[in-house]
Design a protein around this ligand. Structure first.
Ligand SMILES: *[C@@H]1O[C@H](CO)[C@@H](O)[C@H](O)[C@H]1NC(C)=O
Ligand SMILES: *[C@@H]1O[C@H](CO)[C@@H](O)[C@H](O)[C@H]1NC(C)=O
Ligand SMILES: *[C@@H]1O[C@H](CO)[C@@H](O)[C@H](O)[C@H]1NC(C)=O
Ligand SMILES: *[C@@H]1O[C@H](CO)[C@@H](O)[C@H](O)[C@H]1NC(C)=O
Ligand SMILES: *[C@@H]1O[C@H](CO)[C@@H](O)[C@H](O)[C@H]1NC(C)=O
Ligand SMILES: *[C@@H]1O[C@H](CO)[C@@H](O)[C@H](O)[C@H]1NC(C)=O
Ligand SMILES: *[C@@H]1O[C@H](CO)[C@@H](O)[C@H](O)[C@H]1NC(C)=O
Ligand SMILES: *[C@@H]1O[C@H](CO)[C@@H](O)[C@H](O)[C@H]1NC(C)=O
Ligand SMILES: *[C@@H]1O[C@H](CO)[C@@H](O)[C@H](O)[C@H]1NC(C)=O
Length: 397
């Protein structure tokens, strides 16, 4: 009896193993070197990369493009879908952007209309930003032409970016636009604190996005969330230097979609010029920002740790009498602790014409960096809600 049942289960084991092996078809990788790519750092590799992409994208089954170890100079390029199946873009080497600052394109590396894309491989993107940052005059000129984003995903669905490093982008490192169901995990992003507009990851018009287990140090927001973002989960992010984790700026253009369902959890911010921030223009177009949770966040030596800024004015020439029409409601700050170098640790500056509703402060424990010699405070304007648990500084709600 024992023997029979043992052999029976072995039989099932064998059958199921064979079945599984049969199911897991090996992925075929096309190496860009076979398509004429070169690591001489002079060749424009866009053509070779595109040839490999088009072949992989256009074949049925499981395919991928492999960029092996080595440094590849790559001019601006768009990898276009839809593809015939899932596709992997495996970067083992280093992709290097051109150092000329003449590109008027919005991208360096762009993926459009791709479903089931996986970008991984442990390699890196070097945006050569230092060659272009002096050209950035956006702080003086609202009409400035923007520099290329290192990696753009436009209209991409059900996709994953995993184990990729991005350094010194000319503009944002990653821009996610009109995408759905994207996971960004285990990325490392770095650019100097003084580099202009080098946001780590910017999202807009996208739904069901997860950003996790990543380290972001840069010159602008570590993560910024633009209009029409829905169901976004951000967790286990180390941020700093940078401008913190921001929702906004919002309300600057007509017909922006609402922002709702954002969770930022288990993150660490160190030495950033803002902590957790929601920023809107004034005056502004109307828009709803709702169901936002910031939870279990550790801050060290951060300026403006908790900040709702409905009078956002980075260039300092705004009409302080005008108010924002962006409505902010159901925002929770829970278990936020650490140190700040701002005397106002909790700053809720809501709109006079559309005050904030249902703001919750739960277990806030902040202290001034280097001891309690400097008292810290909270300031509220047009903010309605409740505070519970520990409140240090004392709540103004
Ligand atoms: C690089 O190659 C691509 C693809 O062939 C081409 O479209 C582009 O103009 C080239 N750029 C430069 C600067 O040579
Ligand atoms: C895919 O193949 C079709 C026809 O075989 C062709 O028209 C199309 O340009 C190809 N697309 C790419 C991305 O190579
Ligand atoms: C790049 O920017 C620098 C500094 O702004 C400028 O001197 C140089 O002419 C620019 N080069 C190009 C190719 O635009
Ligand atoms: C900003 O730079 C652009 C392009 O280099 C230039 O055309 C524009 O005049 C500059 N604006 C200011 C205010 O300097
Ligand atoms: C921005 O430039 C456009 C043309 O490129 C012009 O029509 C517009 O008036 C400019 N806006 C400002 C604020 O300078
Ligand atoms: C989201 O995308 C991932 C990766 O392609 C996929 O495994 C998962 O099934 C997708 N989820 C939904 C709800 O489509
Ligand atoms: C985000 O987390 C919430 C609660 O943990 C969950 O309901 C939601 O589906 C998650 N969203 C994404 C995009 O993973
Ligand atoms: C708030 O957003 C979270 C995360 O996206 C979601 O799971 C939850 O259902 C939303 N709650 C409401 C009341 O909409
Ligand atoms: C705190 O940050 C400021 C800059 O924002 C920096 O000058 C200072 O050295 C930092 N202090 C500590 C103790 O890290």
């Amino acid at each position: 009896m024992v023997f029979v049942s043992a052999s029976k289960s072995f039989f099932f084991f064998l059958i199921s193993t064979l079945f599984c092996l049969n199911q897991v078809q090996a992925r075929t990788y096309l190496n860009v070197l076979k398509f004429g790519a070169s690591t001489d750092e002079k060749t424009n590799n866009s053509k070779a990369f595109l040839a490999a992409w088009n072949r992989a994208c256009n074949s049925t089954g499981q395919h991928g493009v492999l960029i092996p170890a080595g440094v590849f100079l790559l001019h601006p390029v768009v990898f276009m879908g839809p593809c015939k199946g899932s596709i992997v873009f495996k970067i083992r080497g280093i992709l290097k952007a051109p150092t000329d600052n003449s590109s008027l394109l919005d991208h360096w590396i762009s993926f459009q209309y791709v479903d089931q894309l996986i970008i991984n491989g442990g390699g890196s993107l070097n945006g050569e930003g230092a060659s272009a940052w002096p050209q950035n005059n956006c702080s003086e000129d609202p009409n400035c032409s923007s520099l290329p984003v290192s990696m753009r995903l436009d209209f991409v669905t059900n996709s994953i970016i995993n184990y990729i490093t991005s350094i010194n982008s000319k503009n944002f490192h990653f821009n996610i636009f009109a995408c759905e169901n994207i996971t960004i995990a285990n990325v490392r992003i770095s650019a100097p604190e003084y580099s202009p507009n080098t946001d780590g990851i910017h999202l807009g018009s996208s739904t069901n996005i997860r950003i996790l287990n990543s380290v972001i140090g840069t010159g602008d927001d570590c993560i910024s969330i633009g209009p029409e973002s829905k169901n976004i989960n951000i967790s286990n992010i180390y941020c700093g230097p940078g401008h913190g984790i921001s929702i906004g700026s919002l309300g600057g253009s007509k017909n922006e979609g609402d922002v709702t369902g954002i969770i930022v959890r288990n993150c660490n911010l160190k030495g950033t010029s803002n902590g957790l921030r929601i920023k809107t223009w004034a005056p502004s177009y109307p828009l709803l920002v709702s169901n936002i949770t910031f939870e279990k966040i550790k801050l060290r030596n951060v300026s403006n740790p908790i900040f709702i800024d409905q009078q956002y004015c980075p260039s300092g020439n705004c009409d302080q009498k005008s108010s924002s029409s962006v409505k902010i409601q159901d925002v929770k700050f829970k278990q936020i602790l650490g140190t700040t170098n701002s005397q106002v640790a909790v700053n809720l500056q809501c709109s006079k014409s559309t005050p904030c509703q249902r703001i919750e402060l739960i277990d806030i424990n902040m202290g001034y960096i280097g001891g309690d010699k400097v008292p810290i405070t909270s300031q509220c304007a047009n903010a309605h809600g409740v505070a519970s648990g520990k409140q240090r500084p004392r709540s103004c709600l």
